[in-house]
Design a protein around this ligand. Structure first.
Ligand SMILES: [Zn+2]
Length: 490
């Protein structure tokens, strides 16, 4: 048995985005990464002083330090000191620690998921000071004596490097402001070409929040599995983090254009199975579908690992089934570049929850909310979140020759093919019609289009009868859908 001590940052997203300044937000991502890097000399010394060793099985996840100790007593006395060290470096973060004796780190994670570990919590610094003394960077802490930034923002400002080894290969500088990112490299020629039919598209962003589905069930199954699977148990936690980081790399390069002056994505947080990234709005759908595709390679990695332990598939069936369930849920908030990122984070999290709820965590799905248009009112109909699409459907509709597997999917293709003015008109009809009248009015509109010589949008008429809310969601998706028609006929 090994004694594991894990210290992790809590509510990371909320802490990261409490400043509206992108420089301080990027500094926070970098500082969190650097301060919890188990391979950094400073952290190695801290661990050695506490008689701890870095745990290699856990990977090197941003915001998390996992160490091994010789005894529970050593871990017990080291835990508060390690937490104090991290809280000293990043005073705004809330840290939580747990310790447990287990055969592997994967078993320790399963124990933590079940709550059968000893925990320690350190609350972040809180100040009850007049507003006049608030930090300029975040307003959530007291300003320093010789600096208008508080200690947490000073730590952010001091960390200018990018989070470790993320998007290194992507050409271009890190954008300094959200406007720079939204402007997609600032190339005026490209801006004009890419934004056909949409003047404002170079000032809009998407905040993407993604999170793994069914990882808890996988780790629990791994922990209780009867046979010895040392390869899988040792490698799985690190493989999850690696797959997530690789997926972000792949997705970011897929949206990068050769003429971009800046990197095409800003990863605010990527750790474990958790992703928070800003990208230009017009590239968001490509980014999220590639992110989901990239993360799905985790299944292959874990299966290969398991095959080394148990070559015979039948004996490994239970674990293979759990591995096949792993996927990514994604929430997207479309906003103007000047929209507070803290508010965008709240909306992206709501969307992520909706994506997971819609598919019960059993398949990759994407839910979105468009704060540049209808906001939450458009995303929901009553208690139902309507702006949601399965990853499979999105993949089919992004193929060179898109495929519509159902009436609703055919309607999606018809909506994307409509010229912007026709989509606008259809949206007006849906908005202005009472519940019972919408289908009839859409049908009249479709008939008129046919009379004028345009293709008959049959599936749209059908969907207007079956599910008007779904049709409304398609119009919202078309706003940023890469294959949507942007050109009106003269
Ligand atoms: Zn501050």
């Amino acid at each position: 048995m090994t004694v594991y001590l894990a210290v992790g940052a809590q509510r990371v997203h909320t802490w990261l985005v409490r400043t509206p300044e992108l420089r301080l937000l990027r500094g926070a991502s970098a500082a969190l990464s650097a301060q919890t890097d188990i391979n950094a000399p400073a952290m190695k010394k801290v661990l050695a002083d506490l008689r701890l060793r870095a745990c290699s099985e856990a990977g090197n996840v941003d915001g998390v330090v996992v160490a091994e100790a010789d005894s529970l007593d050593t871990a017990r006395s080291a835990a508060p000191r390690l937490v104090r060290h991290l809280a000293g470096a990043l005073p705004g973060v809330e840290w939580s620690a747990w310790r447990v004796s287990a055969s592997t780190y994967a078993s320790a994670v399963a124990a933590a998921l079940q709550g059968s570990v000893a925990r320690l919590v350190a609350a972040p610094h809180r100040y009850d000071q007049p507003v006049a003394d608030a930090c300029r960077g975040c307003g959530a802490e007291m300003r320093g004596l010789s600096n208008d930034l508080g200690p947490d923002c000073a730590a952010r400002q001091g960390a200018t490097r990018a989070p470790r080894a993320l998007l290194d290969d992507l050409k271009g500088d890190w954008p300094d402001t959200f406007d720079d990112l939204a402007g997609r490299g600032g190339d005026p020629q490209q801006r004009r070409v890419r934004a056909v039919g949409r003047k404002e598209s170079s000032s809009q962003l998407a905040l993407v929040n993604a999170d793994g589905n069914k990882l808890g069930s996988f780790f629990e199954a791994l922990n209780t599995f009867d046979l010895d699977v040392p390869n899988l148990r040792n490698r799985a936690p690190g493989d999850v983090d690696f797959a997530t980081r690789t997926a972000v790399e792949i997705a970011a390069s897929s949206i990068h254009e050769p003429t971009d002056r800046h990197k095409s994505a800003i990863p605010h947080y990527v750790g474990g199975d958790d992703v928070l990234v800003s990208v230009p709005a017009a590239r968001a759908w490509t980014f999220v579908t590639e992110l989901i595709r990239g993360f799905s390679t985790l299944q292959d990695t874990l299966r290969a690992c398991l095959a080394c332990d148990i070559p015979e598939e039948g004996a490994a069936r239970e674990l293979l089934d759990r591995i096949a369930e792993l996927s990514l849920g994604v929430g997207v908030a479309f906003t103007h570049a000047t929209h507070p990122v803290s508010d965008a984070t709240v909306h992206a999290e709501l969307a992520l929850k909706a994506a997971k709820r819609e598919f019960r965590g059993q398949a990759a799905g994407i839910a979105w909310v468009d704060l540049t248009a209808d906001g939450l009112t458009g995303a929901r109909a009553g208690r139902r979140w309507i702006q949601v699409v399965s990853a499979d459907e999105a993949f089919r509709q992004l193929l060179p020759t898109p495929v519509g597997a159902s009436i609703a999917e055919q309607a999606a293709l018809e909506v994307f093919a409509l010229p912007p003015a026709a989509r606008h008109r259809l949206g007006q009809i849906l908005r202005d019609s009472s519940l019972g009248a919408a289908a009839g009015r859409v049908s009249t509109w479709a008939g008129r289009r046919a009379h004028d010589g345009a293709a008959v949008p049959k599936a749209i008429s059908q969907l207007a009868q079956d599910d008007t809310d779904r049709l409304r969601a398609l119009l919202s998706r078309a706003r940023w859908w890469p294959r949507a028609n942007r050109e009106d006929q003269p």
